[in-house]
Write a protein that binds this ligand. Structure first.
Ligand code: NAD
Length: 477
């Protein structure tokens, strides 16, 4: 670690109205590296008075930013993207430190995918129907106002850009609260925005706790849109808190997604890819395929292959190029994950790979774990574990596979594997979920991402993500 990096991670201020300043209502908090348990930086810990100032700045800035011609807004935001690209290595290093993500994953997914998402917002801006004629009416899409954006720790850069990219293209202004565990990458985003000449107050950054800063944002009377990514329980509370003002609330919540392997699937691809999809980012991914569904007759073979894949994965120091799995985010998260596995075993489940023994000393590591002999009502099948754990269940036929996949209060993602693409597509159409990947198809940063049921009610990315931050006005002629 160079001394320059230490300084860059030694943040204590909030961004309000285009200027960095000490929080009035709060203090400073430490940021931990989950791979070592050591402190790697600091962040401001703001208070309600800081939220008031940030919302007031965003409201003032809205008057100008919302009526700035789209091309001009895009020009400024392209400059922001350029400056983020120039900070690529620093962003990667910061993500490795605050998330514990392996460096290759941090580079390709945490940073690479996040910048792809911003790029796609800029490309898709013109696809929005900013104005259209419907009979005797002109229908306008206009910026919704001040957006309170609250994000989780698992994919911090991506989650922030998935929100504020759409909001800023839309002409809305933003008050951002990143997760307590991972605020450092948000500082870098704000640095780049200032450097790019984003007008004062268009983006305000108030790191702090959910209970204090988050709730002050959600209940603030001058906030128009609340965009939240995080756990379903907090999403429910935020909806309730925002209801008295009839604020628009866009929720991106948890998941318990299924990967369905059909009998004609290529197991050489389907099983390793499904296990990787469950373990990605140490399983701390809302869209993780944490339930693997396979024909009963294939269960023994799939278990063998899944265990081999989990056992092959390199777990450990995230700063090594060949590491595939880093730690989970915190000691608390580790205890949560291992608790799920322990209770499943106590209830009769069988662990065929991994388990609760961590592979390394120090840091919050969990071995990639494959669990079977679980019923459809087992806790580990129904609840989001948010760690590197996949369950394997058998099904009788396609009808039962779809029924099992849909037997969840969540509906965020899913996968279907088949030698017949049409068959896979037909199954995908029957899944009650916001995204489905067929045969390992790649992530599309311009396609809408969001959930059914308790996975949320919003859509992020591309045109749909911009529209979350727009109002609609009809003018009759
Ligand atoms: P969390 O709900 O605990 O926290 C998320 C954010 O909300 C944090 O910034 C936190 O400070 C804030 N917060 C907490 N309590 C609050 C309150 N009362 N009022 C306002 N804000 C509050 O979630 P987490 O543990 O950080 O993240 C993990 C969860 O996020 C998982 O359930 C995961 O599935 C979900 N997630 C969903 C998506 C998606 O797109 N659907 C993406 C990533 C993560």
């Amino acid at each position: 670690m160079t001394s320059a990096l230490v300084t860059l991670r030694d943040r204590t201020e909030i961004l309000v109205d285009g200027a960095w300043r000490r929080p009035v209502g709060g203090g400073v908090t430490e940021v931990e590296d989950p791979a070592t348990g050591t402190v790697v930086g600091t962040s401001a810990d703001a208070g309600p008075e800081d939220v008031d100032a940030a919302v007031a700045a965003a409201r003032r800035a809205f008057a100008g930013w919302s009526v700035t011609p789209l091309e001009q807004r895009l020009h400024v935001l392209r400059g922001w993207l350029d400056r983020l690209e120039a900070r690529h290595d620093l962003l990667v290093d910061t993500i490795v430190s605050e998330v514990g993500a392996p460096v290759a994953l941090a580079r390709d997914a945490h940073v690479g995918m996040a910048l792809d998402v911003l790029r796609a917002y800029l490309d898709e801006a013109r696809a929005v129907h900013w104005q259209e004629r419907i009979g005797s009416s002109l229908v306008f899409r206009e910026a919704a106002g001040v957006a309170a954006c609250i994000t989780p720790w698992n994919w911090p850069l991506y989650q922030v850009l998935a929100k504020i990219g759409g909001a800023l293209v839309a002409g809305s202004t933003v008050v951002l609260k990143p997760a307590e565990l991972t605020p450092l990458s948000a500082y870098l985003l704000a640095d780049a925005a200032l450097e790019a000449g984003l007008p004062d107050g268009v983006l305000n950054l108030v790191p702090g706790s959910g209970r204090v800063v988050g709730e002050a944002m959600v209940t603030h009377p001058d906030v128009d849109v609340v965009s939240f990514t995080g756990s379903t329980g907090v999403g429910v509370r935020i909806s309730q808190l925002a209801a008295p003002d009839v604020k628009r609330v866009c929720l991106e919540l948890g998941g318990k997604s299924a990967s369905i392997v059909l009998p004609d699937a290529d197991l050489d691809r389907a099983v390793p890819a499904s296990v990787q999809g469950a373990m990605l980012n140490s399983g701390q991914t809302c869209s993780a395929w944490s339930r693997l569904l396979v024909p009963h007759s294939l269960v023994p073979e799939v278990l063998e292959r899944a265990a081999a894949e989990a056992g092959r994965m390199t777990v450990g120091d995230p700063r090594r190029d060949d590491t595939e799995l880093g730690p989970v985010a915190s000691a608390t998260q580790r205890a949560t994950v291992t608790g799920f596995v322990e209770r499943a075993v106590a209830a009769g489940a069988r662990v065929v790979a991994g388990g609760v023994d961590q592979p390394r000393d120090g840091g919050y590591f969990v071995a990639p774990t494959v669990v079977t002999d679980v019923g459809r009502d087992a806790e580990i099948v129904r609840e989001e574990v948010f760690g590197p754990v996949v369950t394997v269940q058998g099904y009788i036929d396609e009808v039962e596979a779809v029924a099992l996949a849909n037997d969840s209060s969540y509906g965020l993602h899913g996968a279907v594997w088949s030698g017949d693409q049409e068959r896979a597509l037909a199954v995908a159409r029957r899944l009650r979920t916001g995204q489905v990947d067929l045969n390992g198809a790649a992530f599309n940063p311009a396609a809408p991402f969001g959930g059914y049921g308790r996975s949320g009610n919003g859509r992020e990315l591309g045109r749909y993500g911009i529209e979350e931050f727009l109002e609609t006005k009809s003018v009759q002629l």
